[in-house]
Design a protein around this ligand. Structure first.
Ligand code: 6R9
Length: 654
């Protein structure tokens, strides 16, 4: 039974086939969820056994959300190795099974099937290369690679020897890369000559060269050959992976790690200018990534799972590499983009590799929807059993297109809400247990206790339906542990606005059935094509330009990207606004941060609306960018209310 998706009352119950096949049906969900919150120790003690431990844990959790004493530990006295869990333990039963299917950017280049046995050898070799370069347990390694198998080898090689990786998305600029290398004091950066994407290539090695000019001289560089195009070379600093791999030993012993030893750092945007180094540790993260991968996506042996994210984002960490491989799954790694060579690429890859679960972002769905359904219909998508989305709220129109055109009304859509900080899914429907609603993230995963707080009083709202800020009442094993080098900032960012809770930064609504709908960020973070961006980061890039005196950046609704970047720029007195300068500022931001931060709109603002104490009133700027002047609210506290009229009169077209 399907009801029209346009109304919020549209409800799509799970199909009987899905319910019969799934790991978890409605009755099992209810029982397991109740158990998970009634006795988290017992529940997670049991599920902690889904990975192999060298020394089994005796303590399940040690958690405090109390201000002044924020502490999160899971399986703290257990020891294990993440790479051994993702590879070695599968060798007895799955040595010849494909672990990774690599689909290159160019569809004419052959796809590669990497078995678990091959993965083992390649990861061991990479681990030995890193050791030769001086990397030891606890050292940091920055990975700046395209979506090629070597990115997964590098992650797992670090995990094998106990090094902490920090992946920097290959779309980031040299400056952003340098900040991340310095931020964690990395010993080695792993890059490639060039990164092919969408038929073009970007010069990763020369970006790395530029970044390393701002880093300690001791930082070494390991270069993977991808396109074979020439790059500059500094002897002693640069190391040739393709040469070293020929000599490298095929075996490396996995290092015994404590469950709470860091596995990776991943920088993400917050509401202040400086991105935060989110720290995830080993045991709890892996348990949680593996369990959510298996249950949310209803993964079974023989399935082919494809998450289209980049490994530079947390989604790629948890659902291309760690979750699937911990489960002995077959995971697809795609180097390209959805629209190259044309808008049927995703669907051709699904057909070619007989993908069973497909997981992507709403922005990609909206872009492909705009190209028409012909691109989908020419492909055989009969292998698909489940669809997923992540990264931003999905509008009902895109949801309906995904459901009808891609899923043919037969594939449940799991709309998974989570964050870099959460390690894995927190809210999502489970395909065999729950109905879905277009645009709703629906239900908490096991052990997850969402609460809706009144943003003013900070009190929990128990009534339903309701709306407020989304917090979590208790920990789950995949939760981030700290911000690299700044535990105070960790406490301040996530645990101080609402005492005793983890504050997600998102707003949400709970409907009359008790289901959750994410309404978007309540802080100064915007979501552009599913990428998180702090408006403050774009502002500080803009004001770093000589022509700019002041800048304020807000998001506005964008039909494909979800949100676009709207910049109000006040120029220095001696500067004249011009199209040329607008272009120069755009290029400037792209170089300072990366193409994903490219401003969509730059409006010249001779003045910005400020309170008498000098605070920019972003609420007003957001309304102008949204073209919604009716709701400007009270402007009487502004130092100079006339700037608002001027900004409205000169509002840029969006
Ligand atoms: C996994 C990931 C996190 C922010 C999050 C929220 C938004 C993610 C969503 C969603 C609505 C969903 N978000 N999933 N909003 N529905 N299913 O995206 O991590 O890059 O850290 O972004 O993305 O605003 O707070 P990250």
């Amino acid at each position: 039974m399907t009801k029209p998706a346009q109304s919020e009352s549209a409800v799509f119950p799970p199909s009987p086939e899905m319910t019969a096949h799934a790991h978890v049906d409605a009755a099992k969900y209810d029982a397991m969820y109740a158990a998970s919150v009634a006795d988290p120790e017992a529940f997670w003690g049991e599920h902690g056994k889904r990975i192999d431990w060298i020394k089994p844990f005796s303590q399940v959790r040690n958690v405090s959300f109390q201000p002044g004493n924020i502490n999160i530990e899971w399986y703290g006295d257990g020891t294990m190795n993440v790479a051994a869990n993702c590879i070695d333990r599968h060798l007895a039963t799955r040595a010849d099974q494909t672990a990774i299917i690599f689909e290159p950017d160019d569809p004419n280049e052959a796809a590669e099937h990497i078995s678990y046995a091959q993965l083992h050898r390649r990861v061991c070799r990479m681990a030995n290369i890193l050791e030769t370069m001086g990397v030891r347990k606890g050292d940091r390694v920055v990975i700046y690679l395209p979506m090629i198998p070597e990115a997964a080898y590098a992650m797992l090689a670090c995990a094998r020897i106990g090094a902490i990786h920090s992946i920097v998305f290959a779309g980031f600029s040299p400056d952003a890369l340098a900040a991340r290398i310095n931020g964690c004091d990395a010993k080695v950066v792993i890059t490639a000559d060039h990164a092919p994407r969408g038929g073009r290539t970007s010069p990763l090695k020369s970006n790395t060269d530029a970044a390393l000019l701002h880093c300690k001289e001791s930082v070494k560089c390991l270069v993977v050959k991808r396109t074979g195009e020439q790059t500059t070379w500094i002897d002693g600093r640069d190391h040739d992976y393709n040469e070293m791999v020929l000599e490298a030993n095929d075996y490396s012993r996995p290092v015994e790690m404590s469950a709470e030893d860091p596995l990776f750092i991943l920088y993400t945007s917050g509401s202040t200018g400086q991105p935060k180094g989110v720290v995830h540790t080993s045991g709890g993260y892996l348990v949680y990534a593996a369990m959510t991968h298996e249950i949310t996506f209803d993964y079974h042996d023989g399935d082919v799972f494809w998450c289209t994210a980049d490994v530079g984002w947390v989604t790629g960490h948890s659902y291309i590499v760690y979750g699937p491989l911990a489960n002995g799954a077959t995971t697809v790694m795609f180097e390209g983009v959805p629209t190259y060579p044309d808008a049927s690429r995703f669907w051709q890859v699904c057909e070619k590799h007989k993908v069973t679960q497909f997981y992507t972002a709403p922005t990609a769905i909206r872009a492909l929807m705009g190209q028409g359904k012909g691109f989908v219909e020419k492909c055989d998508l009969s292998s698909l059993r489940l669809l997923g989305t992540v990264g931003e709220p999905i509008n009902p129109e895109a949801w309906t297109w995904y459901n009808d055109v891609v899923g043919k009304g037969k594939c449940p859509i799991v709309d998974t809400w989570w964050q870099t900080e959460t390690g894995g899914h927190l809210l999502t429907p489970l395909p065999g247990a729950h109905a879905t609603k277009p645009g709703a993230a629906m239900k908490p995963f096991f052990g997850v206790q969402p609460v809706v707080l009144d943003p003013q009083s900070g009190e929990e709202i128990h009534e339903t339906p309701t709306e407020g800020v989304l917090c979590l009442k208790d920990s789950w094993p995949g939760q981030m542990r700290t911000i690299w080098g700044d535990h105070d900032r960790f406490e301040k960012t996530y645990f101080s606005d609402y005492k005793g809770y983890y504050f997600s930064g998102d707003g949400c609504r709970r409907d009359s059935d008790g289901d959750y709908w994410i309404t978007g960020r309540v802080d100064d973070v915007i979501n552009v094509s599913g990428h998180r961006m702090g408006t403050a980061e774009v502002e500080s890039a803009l004001v770093a330009h000589v022509a700019v005196a002041e800048a304020a950046v807000v998001g506005y609704p964008h039909p494909i990207k979800g949100q676009g970047i709207y910049c109000y720029v006040t120029l220095m007195n001696d500067q004249e606004p011009s199209e040329e300068l607008r272009k120069a500022l755009r290029t400037w931001v792209r170089t300072e941060i990366g193409p994903i931060a490219s401003p969509d709109v730059i409006q010249w603002a001779p003045g910005l609306p400020k309170t008498r104490s000098g605070k920019i009133m972003r609420r007003i700027l957001r309304k102008i960018a949204e073209d919604d002047y009716g709701a400007l609210g009270d402007t009487s506290t502004l130092a100079d209310p006339s700037v608002v009229d001027e900004l409205i009169a000169n509002r840029a077209k969006t």
